[in-house]
Design a protein around this ligand. Structure first.
Ligand code: ZN
Length: 293
């Protein structure tokens, strides 16, 4: 007799065993979860050099941040707002790249739980507080925009996290969730490979063994379901490009356990796929959530 899995966090539906021992799926809303424990302060797994990782991810992220910001500013909720700059909170702001780009249009600040990353970002003069959401905030602080860039899928109990957002939103405010999407081409490919006994890409997409792995993989249905449980509605969403050719080599190398020769071999294999990835379903989606009704 198989063990009974806990009910789906988003809809209360029945979860079934997924593709690995730690992977689960809700048959009703499609939410995918991992039975990992999140410990951002704990250093375990491959030792990723922070500087190299910073360089590797930068071109991909910055292009997507500019697309996201232009689109966000064009949303009716924000476009028609009067008065001074809107107040934006970047949860898990890491190196502050999004803050730098948002500063022109928003009164933006970030919170970052990793002490060393927060220290470095503060040292560059960016407005950052060290800590978790919402504990790092003052009791009465509210925002026009709360942003999660590759962050929400790492936070345990997603419905509670979204409920805390609801409490912190000003009238007409929005939550922005920028997260990996289970409908993406890379995720689907990794899901096929794991059925063939190749767990590597699937484990990597979930960031298994890293200090702060992914606990969720969303799509529009499961995120809408989780949002409704927190008093929020998904108003609009859009896909962002999965991968750019620029920065690919260092992105592969920075995982720590990949040799120079193997990284070059992988780049040679992946580069021809880049045009295909532009037409296949993207692995990144941005959802905008507003208060219900
Ligand atoms: Zn569900």
């Amino acid at each position: 007799m198989s063990e009974t899995l806990p009910a789906c966090e988003a809809c209360g539906g029945i979860q079934s065993q997924g593709l690995t021992t730690w992977h689960r799926r809700c048959s009703a809303c499609g939410l995918e979860t991992a039975a990992f424990t999140a410990h951002i302060d704990q250093r375990e797994g491959p030792d990723i050099d922070e500087d190299e990782r910073e360089l590797a991810l930068r071109p991909i992220r910055e292009a997507n941040f500019d697309t996201l910001l232009a689109w966000l500013l064009d949303q009716p909720e924000l476009r028609n707002r009067k008065g001074g700059k809107l107040r934006l909170l970047d949860v898990g702001c890491a190196h502050g790249w999004f803050l730098e780009r948002a500063a022109a249009n928003f009164e933006a600040f970030g919170i970052e739980p990793d002490a060393e990353v927060a220290r470095r970002t503060m040292a560059r003069g960016l407005p950052v507080r060290r800590g978790y959401f919402p504990d790092a905030l003052d009791a009465d602080e509210t925002f026009d925009v709360i942003v999660f860039n590759d962050v929400l899928e790492h936070i345990p109990d997603v419905v509670s996290a979204l409920r805390r957002c609801h409490e912190r939103l000003r009238p007409g405010g929005v939550v922005v969730v920028n997260a990996p999407d289970r409908r993406g081409a890379l995720y689907r490919l990794a899901s096929v490979l794991v059925r063939w006994g190749m767990n590597g890409p699937f484990d990597r997409l979930w960031q298994k063994g890293l200090p702060s792995p992914h606990l969720y993989y969303f799509d529009s249905k499961s995120l809408s379901t989780a949002a409704r449980g927190a008093g929020l509605d998904v108003t609009v969403s859009r896909r962002l490009p999965t991968l750019l050719a620029r920065g690919l080599y260092s992105r592969i190398r920075c995982s720590g356990d990949v040799s120079r020769a193997k990284a070059l071999f992988l780049v040679a294999g992946i580069l021809p796929l880049v045009p295909a990835l532009k037409v296949l379903p993207s692995d990144i989606t941005v959802w905008i959530l507003a208060r219900k009704g």
